[in-house]
Structure formats: C-alpha cells, structure tokens
Design a protein around this ligand. Structure first.
Ligand code: HEM
Length: 373
C-alpha cells in the first residue's frame, strides 16, 4: 500500500520537550498506585523471596538441556497468537533496558523483576505472565539464575521463530533482595507517548495531529525521550535503535489490560521478518484513541486503545479493506518522522537479512549490558 503520511526531511531539533506534559512527571510518583495493584497479582516473586545464590557458569551440556526445555514450551496455543517467543523477548528487553552507562547500574544482571519493586514499574505490566511460564523451567534447573534464564529464553524464542541465532554467554547472578532496585526510581524504560503533547481528547485524536506534517504534535520531545533518555543512556547509536525496534516489534502484540495499547504491529507476529519496517513506510496510518468507535464497525475494534492512550492503526475511516488489523505506537512512528532514524528504517525495509544480522548484534549487546562479559 501507498504511504499517505506527509514526511519530514528537514533536520529537526531533538532536545525540545514539554515538561508541562502530564507524562513528564517523575515516574516514581506513580509507584504507590502500581504497588497496590501489584498486590492483586498472584505471581509470587521467587517463591516468597528466599535468597539463593547462582553459579556464574554452567556446562554447555546443562545449557543444551535448558534450551531443549525452553524450545518445547515455545509454541503454546493457549497464549495470544500461539507463541511465547514475543513475551519472552519483551521480558529480556525490559530486563536489560534499565541499564545506565554513566553509572553502570541496571541491566539484565540481577533479575530485578524477581522482586516487587522493579516488577511493579508500570512499564513492566504483563511480564509476570512470562515469568510464570518460565517458573517450571527454573524449578527443573534450579542452578540457572533467573537473569540467565530470561535472556536464554529470548534467544531460544528468536531462533525458534526464524530470527537471529545469538551465542549465549551465561554468568548473570540474581540479586538476593529488593535493596538494589529500591534505591532507584522508575523511568529508565521508555514510555510510548512521553512528552508528546497535548494530551488526549479521547473523542478527537486527530486534534493532536499537526495538519501540515501528519505527525503528532510534540513528537520531537518523544523522540528525545526514546533516543537520548533511553537508548543513548544505554550506549546505543541511531542505527542500533532502529534495528532493535524493527526486530523487536515484529513480534507479539499490545494488550489493553497490560499497557493500554491494543493489537499487533504486523500480520505474522510470531515469525521474524522486516514487515514492521516495510509496513511503517508503505501503509496508511491513522491516529486513533478509545473514542474511535468506527473501528468497531470495520471489524477492527481490537485496535481501540484504552481511554487516555493514542496509537496509529492501518485503517482509514470509511475505507473497507481486507488488511489484517495492525497498529503502531507513537514511539514507533518516530522512526519514520526523524530523518536520521528514517535513513536506517528504509535500509531495513529494503533488506531483511541486514535487519536480521544487525538486530542480532544489537540484541546481544542489549542483553549483555552491565554483565561484564
Ligand atoms: C521506544 C522503545 C519501546 C517502547 C516505547 C515499547 C513499548 C511497548 C509496548 C507499549 C508494548 C505492549 C505491551 C503489552 O501491552 O503487552 C510492547 C510490546 C513488545 N515490545 Fe516493546 N517497546 C519498545 C522497544 C522494544 C524493544 C527494543 C524490543 C526488543 C528488542 C521490544 C520488544 C517488544 C515485544 C516482543 C513486545 C510484544 C510482547 C507480547 O507480545 O507480549 N520493544 N512494547
């Protein structure tokens, strides 16, 4: 399909953002609410919080057994679109995406989400499902640390679904208690609309669009959040950021009850491909919010986000099509709007093998940040 979004090619400032935006409040202020919510979740962190120590290495034979077990549970018709790979990949990403290069803190070493404080970061909503699916494997192989198991599960998931084959380096050791994360505030993981203002009129999402460019007003601030506050903080460059997003969001879907966003990014969300990149460039994308009931009439009601959220969908009001229901977050669309990101997006849209290679390299780097390997 054709792209009908006006695109920006002029260089844009990437430092401006709107601190008056509600999303710009320190995320730590949302902690007490989310901790209360967390108490309703049945998953019990580390069997009641018992401390344990994990060895720093395993034999390759041991790891092959763990790999085989993980592979056997990867296809699961009871969950979402029939695969656990997407939610394992997100668990590994969120486990790693807290890294801060300046202080050397955060990252996948430690498995902070086995403890309530990090697990209750609002951006981690839903990941208790992934941890629960992995708990039986942990019980079968108690000697592997949670932090290694989560990363290994994502590598097995990627390989099983046609993604890059990544060499696994073991050696992560779990934190024994909550003290490490209790000293940090939330906000290290990206938020899909941060600094993109004005905030929402649920009955009129289009009001937050810039008519001339077709972008969301304030997208430059969101771009600064994603690029500078999150990925540069970890030590990634623009090419790696685009590779990570193109490879990551080809998998799985958003869940209204987890993040408030709704639907998958691509048609085949359980296989690696460059479909996210091609569709972002080629499809027509419309900004919607919860009030966009016309989606229901088009059989695309699953793409209506929760109240207060905005997302793009591959539907146009009044236009009947047989396209599968797909969405993009505002934070995805910055890859098409920012000229430096777009350069790499176009490369990956044109070359799936290049994406697979570059994504594999960037994902290994991501999952080893702060591990000292
Ligand atoms: C700007 C950065 C990012 C933002 C704002 C973001 C945001 C989100 C959100 C809101 C969801 C939906 C969660 C849910 O409702 O279940 C999600 C899902 C997902 N994300 Fe990201 N993400 C980002 C980067 C990444 C990266 C770098 C990866 C991996 C390399 C990744 C992998 C995934 C996967 C696989 C899912 C689907 C999970 C499932 O199906 O359960 N994301 N992301």
């Amino acid at each position: 399909m054709r792209l009908n979004l006006p695109l920006l090619f002029a260089p844009v400032a990437t430092t401006a953002f709107a601190p008056s935006c509600p999303k710009a409040r320190p995320l730590a202020s949302r902690r007490s609410t989310s901790l209360n919510n967390y108490s309703t979740v049945k998953w019990s962190p580390r069997g009641g919080g018992t401390a344990f120590s994990a060895p720093s290495s395993y034999s390759s034979a041991d790891l092959d057994e763990v790999r085989a077990q993980l592979k056997s549970l990867m296809d699961n018709p009871s969950w979402d679109d029939g695969s656990l790979a997407p939610i394992f990949i997100r668990l590994a990403w969120h486990s790693s995406g807290t890294y801060d290069a300046a202080t050397g803190t955060g990252g996948s070493n430690g498995a902070g989400k086995t403890h309530i404080v990090e697990a209750a970061d609002p951006e981690n909503a839903g990941l208790e499902v992934a941890r629960s699916f992995l708990e039986p494997v942990k019980k079968m192989f108690p000697e592997i640390s949670y932090s290694d198991l989560w990363i290994l599960a994502s590598y097995v998931g990627l390989e099983h679904t046609g993604g890059p084959v990544i060499d696994f380096t073991p050696g992560r050791v779990d934190h024994l208690d909550d003290s490490y994360w209790s000293e940090m505030s939330y906000g290290r993981l990206p938020a899909a609309e941060k600094y993109a203002c004005p905030h929402l009129d649920d009955s009129n999402a289009a009001a937050s669009l810039d008519a001339e460019s077709g972008t969301v007003k304030g997208w430059e601030g969101l771009c600064t959040h994603v690029r500078n506050e999150v990925f540069y903080r970890m030590g990634f460059n623009d090419q790696e950021i685009v590779a990570l997003l193109c490879g990551g969001h080809v998998y799985g879907r958003c869940h209204p009850n987890f993040s408030g966003y709704a639907g998958p990014w691509v048609e085949d969300m359980t296989k690696f491909s460059n479909e996210y990149a091609t569709d972002m460039i080629e499809d027509d994308w419309t900004l919607v919010s919860n009030g966009d009931t016309w989606l229901d009439d088009m059989g695309a009601g699953e793409l209506r986000p929760a109240p207060g959220k905005r997302q793009f969908v591959n539907k146009v009001p009044g236009r009947i099509d047989d396209e599968p229901n797909q969405m993009m977050l505002l934070s995805d669309m910055i890859l098409a709007w920012d000229p430096n990101f777009r350069y790499h997006l176009e490369q990956y849209a044109a070359d799936e093998e290049k994406l697979k290679h570059d994504f594999g390299v960037a994902f290994k780097k991501l999952t080893e940040l702060g591990c000292g390997f």
